[in-house]
Design a protein around this ligand. Structure first.
Ligand SMILES: [Zn+2]
Length: 459
């Protein structure tokens, strides 16, 4: 008798697990169908990119983007839509930069450059100096002050082409852009020219943040990015003539901080409202393109998560919050403010997901989680197999949600195919025409499905 009861209990258990799996498979199918046939992500991005455009922190367009985000989230009839106050840095590019390589009297070639975000201007009449080319900070140190003083330092280390994950290639090269000027200035350089963070050879200079750190104001020097083709040209011309001159003119400027906002929308949980799940991207962008991939895509995909839940009449068990973070690019103030306020309010975040790797075909997700948490998450990857988005790995998540890291909150990043991302990243060609509608929608569907599973199971 006992044995029969035991068998019945086991059978009931497996039956209910199988039943759950069927239920989740069906729900995820519905999510994908809705995203691909009735979603709003693409139209939202069309508006954000083409009607608003570039939205650097502190700009009028950033303000318009906040108003747009609030308005669109209100239309979704969520339980709560609020603006969170954030003070942000304000840096303005000013008039278009100009640069040329000068090999002799009356002999010069223009090269495409752009000021790096946070850089100071050149003197109004520009800056003309000889150039030393280096591939690393070690090489710069070895040159010594005598060879650097009074010159431009040209940082020309290319992103390594052999790495399949282009974000890894980026992280191996980006220190030239972020701290090259501070290093070169301490050695007496008058300016820096940095090879664009781009694997492709083309004519777009790619901007991005740079910092002087604790370098005193009077020692600060202007920093500009040069296109990859421009970098190749400058390097080959230097190999023929080390005495050539480089001319750079830019009039960018840093202003005092200005008020801005994160935009937050929320669906309240029906059974565990105190457990918060965040999904987001960053609303600000650089000023050269319209920020469609970085990170307009992540913004509209995150908004789509709540939109699809509403469309499918899905009432979450836990509280699901979309956060349109302000100022990822040059300060991360939105992300840090959000995490600080969450701590002050004693909120419990169980999960945060960010999309900030472009609107390309999703391959899966990476997670910052404990081994126990990841063991649980890994089992869900089967649900994503039919959609070719089942690569789940341990790894990074996203810059804006990083400040929520506390050892128990699981952090995750959408991982789209990364081969084309750095063709556009922070450059004038990061525009709406570089977005594929279906790829964008597949990303939104994958994110919604993952949030659905987290909501169902919790941690
Ligand atoms: Zn970004």
């Amino acid at each position: 008798m006992n044995r029969i009861i035991q068998i019945l209990i086991i059978l009931t258990f497996f039956h209910s697990v199988a039943g759950q799996e069927v239920k989740h498979t069906k729900q995820i199918e519905k999510i994908y169908n809705a995203a691909l046939t009735d979603g709003s992500a693409y139209n939202w991005l069309d508006f954000l990119s083409n009607q608003i455009g570039a939205r650097l922190s502190g700009s009028l367009n950033a303000k318009r983007a906040v108003e747009w985000g609030e308005r669109e989230l209100q239309k979704l009839e969520l339980d709560r839509v609020v603006l969170e106050d954030v003070m942000v840095p304000k840096w303005v590019r000013g008039s278009l930069e100009y640069a040329s390589i000068i090999t002799g009297p009356g002999m010069s070639i223009n090269v495409p450059v752009c000021a790096l975000g946070g850089s100071i201007a050149t003197p109004a009449f520009g800056l003309r100096a000889q150039v030393v080319e280096v591939k690393s900070f070690e090489e710069l140190e070895e040159l010594g002050q005598d060879q650097v003083r009074g010159k431009f330092v040209f940082f020309n280390r290319a992103m390594p082409a052999n790495l399949v994950n282009t974000f890894e290639a980026y992280s191996q090269s980006v220190n030239q852009r972020s701290s090259g000027a501070a290093k070169a200035a301490r050695m007496g350089a008058v300016g820096v020219i940095v090879r664009s963070m781009n694997l492709r050879l083309d004519d777009f200079p790619h901007t991005g943040n740079m910092r002087y750190g604790d370098l005193p104001n009077k020692l600060r020097i202007p920093a500009a990015a040069i296109s990859t083709n421009g970098a190749q040209l400058l390097s080959s011309m230097l190999s023929l003539n080390k005495e050539l001159y480089f001319y750079l003119k830019q009039d960018c400027k840093n202003y005092p901080d200005v008020p801005s906002h994160n935009v937050i929308g929320e669906l309240k949980g029906s059974t565990h409202p105190e457990e918060i799940i965040v999904v987001g991207g960053h609303l600000d962008s650089w000023d050269l393109g319209d920020g469609s991939h970085d990170d307009g895509a992540g913004i509209v995909q995150s908004m789509e998560v709540l939109n699809l839940f509403k469309k499918l009449n899905y009432r979450p068990k836990r509280t699901i919050r979309v956060v349109l973070f302000m100022n990822e690019e040059n300060g991360l103030r939105g992300g840090t403010t959000y995490a600080n306020n969450a701590k002050l309010k004693n909120e419990t975040h169980i999960f945060a997901l960010e999309s900030d790797s472009g609107g390309f075909t999703p391959r899966g997700f990476s997670f910052e989680a404990t081994p126990e948490q990841f063991q649980k998450i890994e089992q869900w990857s089967d649900y994503f197999k039919p959609y070719l988005a089942d690569r789940f790995s341990l790894g990074g998540s996203g810059a804006d949600i990083g400040p929520l890291r506390n050892g128990s909150t699981v952090l995750s990043g959408l991982r789209p195919d990364s081969q084309r991302y750095f063709d556009y990243h922070h450059a004038a060609n990061d525009t709406f025409d570089a977005i594929n509608k279906r790829e964008l929608e597949l990303g939104a569907a994958a994110m919604t499905s993952l949030i659905y599973l987290v909501d169902q199971y919790g941690f």
